[in-house]
Design a protein around this ligand. Structure first.
Ligand code: ADP
Ligand code: MG
Length: 560
């Protein structure tokens, strides 16, 4: 019989629906992503089933998703010719929430009303998200290999109806009767072709099945014709073997996701198998954006779950000092509705971030020997940001120090790595000398540097604000101490070419020193003889463990 049976939603489902209807999501657009992802899953399942069971009488020749809009009726339909559902499955999967943890989640939501949206976001309401935008939802489905189909319908309040219908196309068709627009300011027009195109491109562009829509087009004679368009590019480059992808394809993809019209400098691909499967396709841009140091700089990595877009600027995927990296991470096993907060705490995500970080750093390291020019560009554009990692990422500190280059007194045109510096060091030199300051010219004209010049010692010129800070946590490089020429006592006389012993000289100048100490008592801590000057009569230095003037300024600027 074709009579519809009325069922009540399971109590928990009903509570969940209440939350959905009362807009727990700030972003209602995601309902379409959910429906398309269900359709794509159903197509995947059908393909698998037809491989597994050769006797299954199904047509897999043109698997696809189809969207139809009807502005007059205010309906939106998402159809697929995938696996479909039996009647029992409809009742089971759509009428109840079989997922574990639902009760627990609802209890949590009840106890803390303020963050209901967040809590529910971690859980994902999938199919039910349709009720954010629709006041009636109908579903017709026929399971592959079965003759009879099932019709399900509900207004999302307390009940739904199910009936067996004699025939229907294989697969599932979901129709939404959209709420009146004026009922909610946030409700966009989901019956506009433009809006649907935009949403598919944003959330479902890399779904591997075609997502089609019939649209009206004016031809050359001004007649309107109906034609079928495929809305998604399906080009999930990260899912394809690297050697099959051309540089042009990479560049096009990079431009698509980064809104940068230039070519990327380098591609970094990572594939992880095992319990937590994911693929990542990251890019090192060729130019730093202007706002890299702005507080609200947007991080570029996007998170996908099984090719469905989940979020932009996902800061949990790369550390802040790699914020210039663009790209995509696609994970197999996450909820589409996972929240930023949960991502930050997720163990698997943290492992992923560490792996991606190491891969980016090792890529730069490889570049140093294999493509020095490219390396030089990376460092010129992003070195100042990368150096933040020396401080914030102790695990990778050594690697970052190793791949870093610095301006030096040796050649104004050519930055040097610490390794190159050490290799050039002469017999008597035991330390790597550096000086921090606002700019190259400020440092070069400071009296501190005179004696080093005179003796032919190379001095590194560290002019990024972050340099003031990281030098404190890196006492040495590969056994060679790093030494600021502006701090503490520097014994340049070790090679013994001075004419007097230090004690003797101190006696000679004792009176002058104590007179000056008294005179300057309010300004300086101590006045002492120095061997670091050649032509300037005096210079200011900080204690070995005190802040340099630039650093004092930096901390003051940070409000400390
Ligand atoms: P999820 O996709 O996370 O399982 P949903 O609420 O989106 O949760 O869907 C619930 C279940 O309903 C799915 O797991 C699937 O078994 C079934 N389903 C939903 N849409 C379809 C569809 N288009 N074709 C076949 N089965 C579907
Ligand atoms: Mg789903």
């Amino acid at each position: 019989t074709a009579r519809a049976e009325t069922h009540e939603f399971q109590a928990e489902t009903q509570q969940l629906l209440q939350l959905v209807v009362h807009s727990i999501y700030s972003n209602k657009d995601v309902f379409l992503r959910e429906l398309i992802s269900n359709a794509a899953d159903a197509l995947d399942k059908l393909r698998l089933a037809s491989f597994a069971n050769k006797d299954l009488q199904v047509d897999t020749s043109d698997l696809h998703v189809e969207i139809a809009i009807d502005p007059e009726q205010r309906t939106l339909t998402v159809r697929d010719n995938g696996i479909g559902m039996s009647r029992a499955e409809v009742v089971d999967l759509i009428g109840t929430i079989a997922k574990s943890g639902t009760a627990e989640l609802l209890a949590k939501v009840r106890d803390s009303q303020d963050s209901a949206a967040e809590l529910i976001g971690q859980f994902g309401v999938g199919f039910y998200s349709s009720f954010m935008v629709a006041d009636r939802v109908g579903l017709t489905t026929r399971r592959a290999g079965e003759d009879e189909a099932t019709r399900w319908e509900s207004d999302g309040s307390g009940t739904y109806t199910v009936e067996t219908v004699p025939d229907a196309a294989q697969g599932t068709s979901v129709t939404l009767w959209l709420k009146p627009e004026e009922a909610d300011d946030n409700l966009f027009d989901y019956t506009s072709e433009h809006k649907i195109r935009e949403l598919v491109r944003r959330y479902s562009d890399f779904i591997t099945w075609p997502i089609r829509m019939e649209v009206e087009r004016a031809d050359d004679e001004g007649e309107t014709r109906r034609e079928t368009d495929t809305l998604n590019s399906m080009k999930a480059l990260w899912a394809r073997p690297r050697d099959e992808i051309s540089d042009e394809e990479y560049a096009e993809f990079y431009q698509h996701i980064s809104r940068d019209r230039r070519e990327p400098l380098e591609v970094v691909a990572v594939q992880a198998e095992g319990t937590f499967e994911y693929k990542a396709l990251l890019f090192i841009p060729s130019h730093a954006p202007g706002d890299l140091f702005a507080e609200d700089h947007r991080q570029g990595v996007q998170l996908y779950v099984k090719r469905v877009f989940v979020m932009d600027e996902c800061e949990a995927l790369v550390p802040p000092y790699l914020r210039f990296i663009k790209g995509v991470v696609d994970a197999q096993d996450l909820s589409l509705n996972i929240s930023r907060e949960i991502l930050q705490q997720d163990r698997q995500i943290n492992l992923m971030r560490r792996r991606l970080t190491k891969k980016v750093l090792s890529t730069v390291k490889t570049m140093m020997s294999e493509n020095p020019e490219r390396y030089a560009t990376v460092w010129r554009e992003f070195g100042a940001v990368l150096k933040e990692g020396i401080l914030s990422d102790p695990d990778n500190r050594d690697t970052i120090v190793e791949i870093a280059s610095f301006a030096s007194t040796r050649d104004p045109e050519k930055p040097t790595t610490l390794r190159e510096y050490v290799e050039r060091m002469g017999e008597g030199q035991r330390d790597i000398y550096y000086m921090t300051g606002a700019s190259r010219s400020v440092i070069e004209s400071s009296p501190h540097i005179e004696a080093f010049r005179a003796k032919g010692y190379e001095v590194l010129l560290l002019t990024d604000p972050v340099d003031e800070v990281w030098v404190d946590v890196v006492p040495e490089f590969d056994g060679t101490p790093l030494r600021s020429i502006a701090k503490g006592e520097l014994d340049l006389d070790a090679d013994g070419d001075e004419d007097a012993e230090p004690e003797q000289r101190h006696e000679e100048f004792a009176e002058l020193l104590s007179w000056m100490s008294d005179l300057l008592a309010d300004q300086v801590k101590e006045v002492r003889l120095s061997s670091r000057l050649t032509t300037s009569p005096a210079c200011l230095v900080s204690g070995a463990h005190e802040m340099t003037p630039t650093m004092e300024k930096l901390y003051r600027a940070m409000g400390q």
